[in-house]
Structures are given as C-alpha cells and as structure tokens.
Design a protein around this ligand. Structure first.
Ligand code: AMP
Length: 360
C-alpha cells in the first residue's frame, strides 16, 4: 500500500518509520527542498495548490493523509475527487480554525475558556470589555508553537493589538489559570472503533512543548475520553486526533484539537504497545487498531534548536534518540528523546539527566 502524505516534516518522517515495517510505501508532497521526510519516501516537491502535482500524487497512492492541519481547503477538496483522504476535509476545516473549533466544543457541551470572534480592533475592545483581562488573542488560523498569539494583561496591551497580529481574523480567549496542561491522543478506525492512550502531562515554555509525561490512572482520563469521543463522532473522524486540555478546578477546559499525530504522543513509539504513528496508519488504511496500553513509565523531551551530543543522549539508560535530520535553527524542533522506566522515581531521574544535556 502506498500512502500519500501532505507535508514532509518530522511527523511525516515518523509516520514512514512506523509504516515501512507494515509494507507501506510513502510519497510526501512538500515545497521545501530539505523536507526531512524525503529520506523515507518519494518527495514531490511542489506547492500545496499545485494541481498537476496533486493529480500525480492521487494517481500514485492508495490514500492521502496529512502531517499538518494548515493545508488549504482547496487542496483537500481537489484530492478528495480522486483518492480517499483521511481525516476528512470537514475535520480539517474545523481543526485548522480556532473559531470553528471552539464553537464545535461549545455545541457539544465541552467546557472551554470564554471566547469571541475578532474581526477588528472594535471587536477586540468590545470582547475585552465582556471577557475581561487577562486574556489571550490568537489568530484563528496558522498559529503554532505559541506563534500568532499574544497575552493581554493590561488595557495598554489591548491598544492596536489587532494590527500587531496582522489584522487577520482572531479569537479572544479568557486566560485560564490552569494547574496543568494535559493532552489525550485518540485513534478512530474507519468502522468507528476508538482507542485512547493514557493522558499526557505537558510542560511548555514560550509556547513550545518541552516535556511530556504519560500518566498512570489519571483521575480525569474518563472525562477526557468522554469529551474526545463527542468530537470524534461529530466529525466521523478517521485517524489519530490529539486533544489538548487545561486542567482547572479539578476539571478540564478544551484548548484545541490537532487532526494528526502530535508531539505530545511521541513517547508512544517506545512507551506504548502500538505507537500513535502506527495506529494512525492502521486507522486510515482500514487495518485493525493496535493496543494503546503503556509499556512502563515514559516521558518525552523535545530538542529545540539543536540535538545534544548523540553519544551522551544514548548513554542514558532506556533513552531513545529521535533525530529529525533537520538543519539546526533557534526555536525549531529538531529532535526528541523518549525515556522509559519501570517506576516513576527512576523516570524522573532519567528526565533530569536528559534535561542536563539541553542547553536552551
Ligand atoms: P495554543 O497554541 O492555543 O496551544 O497555546 C500555546 C500555549 O499557550 C498553551 O499550551 C498554554 O500554555 C498557553 N495558552 C494558550 N491559551 C491559553 C489560555 N486561554 N489561558 C492560559 N494559557 C493559554
């Protein structure tokens, strides 16, 4: 089976690393000459709107999937005429736009921060008056790793801020005084069978994920699964979906969903019986899903800007290096490590050993 992937970054690369042993081949559509997934499959180097190359991709592959959600809607619509596309165009339309996403949560009875659609500075002033400060202004589309957003703390922060974010459609959200951030990685098969990985506790710095720790018997697991199930059914979703939540007042508020494999699920490559990457491929290919059970205790640490010395990373017990083969650049995710252990205390010590190798 040949899988077409829109985007050729590290998520595409890790999908291919998981799918190749299943006998799958891969073609990646990505305009970047140095797309790091290209080492694992065919690289169609073209813009996402290039219909000749989209046609070529559709002819070559059995199905198409995505490794990022900001794919133009026209690309998905065009491809869907010729080849099955998972997750669906509708799932992408909702997940790529914070307004559609939060409106869906609200319609499904899933708690969210207070939010308002912002099309102008006047909208922003009115929304700040009703939601209050502090608040977070985010572009509706194309934001990632904390980009395209600004925390508003004082009335002075609100002045001219709509223009500062590019005068594009935005969402204003009430600031959530969360006690933690967790994510749930879910996978849904074509026949509707759904499985969930254990909730992951995430630590961010400057909007970028740094550390994920898979939990054991998290008290909010069932609630998170309930909320995610509502979304998966609503979208008739196929594939892996990541759901990010704020932990607040002993409950959960939905932050966002990602219609793809997710950074906070990278620990599953070594830490679960079947990884998020393999399960995404199994789901989209119509194969039986794999077990989402944990194998011991696991954590994942991102390498941002540079990968520490390989020999030092892999000298740590049960520590697994994933080097993306990308050029090092400040603020860029260029690799990660997964650490595993039989017990949490040992895991925490291993995490500290990896952290000691990270300079930034
Ligand atoms: P996002 O791109 O929406 O996932 O936001 C990136 C990070 O900014 C989140 O992981 C939080 O740490 C923080 N953040 C985003 N929205 C809010 C909010 N409404 N209240 C408090 N912190 C937030």
């Amino acid at each position: 089976m040949k899988i077409g992937v829109i985007g050729g970054g590290q998520l595409g690369r890790m999908l291919a690393l998981a799918g190749t042993p299943l006998g799958m081949n891969f073609a990646f559509l990505d305009p970047a000459p140095d797309a790091c997934a290209a080492a694992l499959g065919e690289h169609l180097r073209a813009d996402y709107g290039d219909q000749a190359h989209l046609r070529q991709l559709a002819e070559e592959v059995d199905l198409v999937t995505f490794e990022f959600e900001s794919v133009p809607a026209e690309t998905v619509a065009f491809l869907s005429q010729f080849v099955p596309v998972y997750p669906s165009a509708e799932a992408l339309r909702i997940a790529r736009d914070r307004w559609f996403e939060k409106s869906m949560f609200k319609d499904l009875g899933i708690p969210t921060p207070a939010f308002a659609d912002i099309q102008s500075q006047a909208d922003l002033d009115a929304a700040v008056a009703s939601i209050g400060l502090p608040a977070v202004l985010k572009t509706r589309t194309l934001g990632y790793d904390g980009k395209g957003q600004k925390v508003l703390r004082t009335p002075q922060d609100v002045v001219d801020t709509f223009a500062e974010l590019g005068s594009v459609p935005c969402l204003l959200e009430g600031f959530v005084p969360f006690t933690g951030e967790v994510s749930l990685i879910a996978v849904r098969a074509r026949d509707g069978e759904t499985r969930f990985y254990p909730l992951v506790h995430n630590t961010h710095d400057s909007g970028i994920l740094r550390l994920s720790i898979a939990s054991t018997d998290h008290p909010l697991q069932a609630l998170a699964e309930d909320y995610a199930s509502r979304v998966l059914k609503q979208l008739d979703y196929v594939g892996v979906l990541a759901f990010e939540f704020f932990e607040v007042d002993g409950g959960l508020k939905a932050n966002e969903i990602a219609p793809r494999v997710h950074n906070s699920g990278h620990w599953t490559t070594e830490g679960a019986e079947c990884s998020q990457f393999e399960n995404h491929l199994r789901a989209v290919a119509g194969l039986p899903l794999g077990s989402t059970a944990k194998v011991g205790e696991s954590a994942m640490l991102n390498f941002i800007g540079e990968v520490p010395a390989v020999e030092k990373v892999i000298a740590i017990d049960d520590c697994h290096l994933h080097h993306y083969g990308k050029a090092f650049k400040a603020g860029r995710k260029v690799g990660h490590a997964t650490v595993r252990s039989h017990d949490r205390a040992t895991l925490d010590r291993q995490v500290k050993r990896v952290e000691a190798l990270i300079k930034n």
